[in-house]
Structure formats: C-alpha cells, structure tokens
Design a protein around this ligand. Structure first.
Ligand code: SF4
Length: 192
C-alpha cells in the first residue's frame, strides 16, 4: 500500500500539537495490504509509545482475542488511533490535539478505503460522529460515515467500546459483551 507507507513516513516528523514534546515516537498504526476494516482507538499508551506499534499492551491482547472470536485477524485489518502521539500519563487527548491530528486520520481512512470503519471508545466516536453522542446509544448499529471534504464517498461504520473499558469492567461487563458483538457485526459487513 504505497500511499499508506508514504503517509506514515510523512507523519513521523509531525510536531503540529503539544503531544510532540512528550512522546517517544509517532505511532502511525498498521495496515495490511488488503485491509477491509479500519479499527480506530484513542491514542498510543506506554507500550505503544515505546514500541511504535498500536494495541500491543493488555488492551491489544484482549482485542486480538475478540477479533479471533469474530473470525478476523490483524492481517486483514488496519489499526490506528485518533491521535498518533501518547498523551502524558495516558490522559484523554484534548480537543485541540484531536482536531490538530484529525487530518492524518482522515487521510489514512481515504488511503485504505475500507468497507467498514470501527471506532473503539469515545474519542474515536467523537471523530466519526461529533461530540455529544453517547456510546451506549450509538453502538450495535451501522452508521454512514462521511469525511470532511469527500462527502461523495461514505463508509459503513460501527461504534463500540475501547478494549480498555472491556478490561476495566471485566469479562461479564457490558463493554466486553458489546465489543464482542460489535466486532461480529463489523465482520459481517465486509464485502465478500
Ligand atoms: S498527536 Fe498528531 S498532530 Fe500531534 S504531534 Fe502527534 S502526529 Fe502531530
């Protein structure tokens, strides 16, 4: 995916927002050559900031488990975040940081041109549908996502919980059950 590699290369030198001062490195994300689903998390955590790859900590292991249960594997996917640099102490990205980083994510989605976009958690939901939407209300259904400046192309979109929330509330908690069901929903939307 030539466009993806060029975009990632361009991104690694970005100093457009304050997160550049505290990160170890930019974490562009990963994309399989034939990715049909894009998973969007919030931001790199400590392990991602150190290793340069998305979802490699505990959240990543749970995500892999639930992807496997849905019949999906990382080599079919792209996995990215709303901001590409770790916020200090893993705090939620500020609105100005998310807004400044947004063009990178929009460009990533356009380059991949997936069948389905899956947002993981509130920050990614806000990127897709704007602020003020409750995750509990938005999940479990298929939305149409249009990116600014390219309204003629729309994407199927599924909103669900972040794996970190699924870990926090445990195996029987609503976030984990919902995340598992929503990944199944997304898997069924991929063009065959
Ligand atoms: S978070 Fe995004 S906008 Fe901010 S420095 Fe990193 S890549 Fe650039």
């Amino acid at each position: 995916m030539t466009g993806w590699a060029a975009l990632a290369e361009e991104m690694v030198g970005c100093t457009a927002c304050g997160l550049a001062a505290t990160r170890t490195q930019v974490v562009p994300g990963v994309a399989a050559p034939e990715a049909r689903i894009v998973l969007i998390g919030e931001a790199p955590g400590r392990a991602e900031d150190e290793g340069g790859l998305p979802f490699v900590g505990r959240s990543g292991r749970l995500l892999d488990e639930l992807l496997d249960a849905a019949g999906l594997h990382r080599d079919q996917l792209a996995i990215v975040n709303t901001v590409k640099c770790r916020p200090p102490a893993n705090r939620t990205p500020k609105r100005i940081e998310a807004a400044t980083c947004r063009p990178w994510l929009d460009r990533q989605v356009r380059v991949i041109d997936p069948d389905v976009v899956v947002t993981l958690g509130g920050s990614a939901l806000a990127w897709a549908l704007g602020t003020g939407r409750r995750l509990r209300d938005a999940r479990g259904q298929v939305h149409r996502l249009r990116l600014p400046g390219s309204e003629e192309r729309s994407y199927q979109m599924v909103a669900t919980y972040h794996p970190a929330a699924a870990l926090r509330f445990g195996p029987a908690g609503e976030p984990r059950q919902a995340l598992a069901a929503d990944l199944q929903l997304a898997a069924g939307l991929v063009a065959r």
